[in-house]
Design a protein around this ligand. Structure first.
Ligand SMILES: CC(C)(COP(=O)(O)OP(=O)(O)OC[C@H]1O[C@@H](n2cnc3c(N)ncnc32)[C@H](O)[C@@H]1OP(=O)(O)O)[C@@H](O)C(=O)NCCC(=O)NCCS
Length: 149
């Protein structure tokens, strides 16, 4: 797979079912259909899908408040993981954030999610705080991570 064959385009209503399938295939539920539907209409949201050969292979979701960005979610289809698609999506988002004069990017990640923490650390995020029992499903703690652009 060549990363140059991937197109990153804004997420649309037509993509939502496929985006949710990528989550449910991995038994995860980060964004609800309703929240995606609302957020893609919001001018502060930056929701994008990665397309390879007409197939959605991943997505990234974030929103901007003044000069801070909140990275809400990044998910890559199971069969396409470890091929640097998440890295490609993050590079894309960082470029966009810089163009929009974002100074810092924040995110929350489950303390058990080592894959994602490795990804974020590789891209310069640092743990700045811990939010106790942040996740409603299992009351897991979240690390809050931050990266300055
Ligand atoms: C986390 C996730 C998005 C990474 O996607 P990916 O496309 O496989 O990631 P990349 O190939 O770009 O990997 C970049 C870095 O992430 C880290 N990483 C990715 N997968 C990893 C794994 N299975 N184990 C350990 N580190 C991992 C590594 O540091 C890797 O760098 P390297 O390839 O130089 O070792 C993907 O595993 C996923 O969709 N997970 C489920 C959803 C999720 O947890 N999202 C984050 C919370 S919202």
């Amino acid at each position: 797979m060549n990363l140059n064959d991937i197109k990153i385009i804004p997420m649309s209503i037509n993509n939502i079912d496929k985006v949710k399938d990528i989550e449910t295939d991995q038994n995860i539920n980060i964004l609800s259909k309703e929240s995606i539907l609302n957020d893609i209409k919001d001018e502060h949201s930056c929701y994008f899908v990665a397309i390879l050969d007409k197939e959605i292979v991943g997505y990234i979701a974030s929103s901007i408040v003044i000069d801070n960005m909140d990275l809400e979610s990044i998910v890559v289809k199971k069969e396409y993981q470890r091929m640097h698609i998440a890295s490609y999506l993050l590079d894309f988002l960082f470029n966009l954030a810089k163009k929009k004069n974002v100074v810092s990017i924040f995110l929350e990640v489950r303390t058990s999610n080592i894959k994602a923490q490795n990804l974020y650390r590789k891209y310069g995020f640092e743990i700045i705080n811990i939010r106790k029992k942040y996740y409603k499903d299992n009351l897991e703690d979240a690390f809050i991570m931050k990266k300055d652009l």
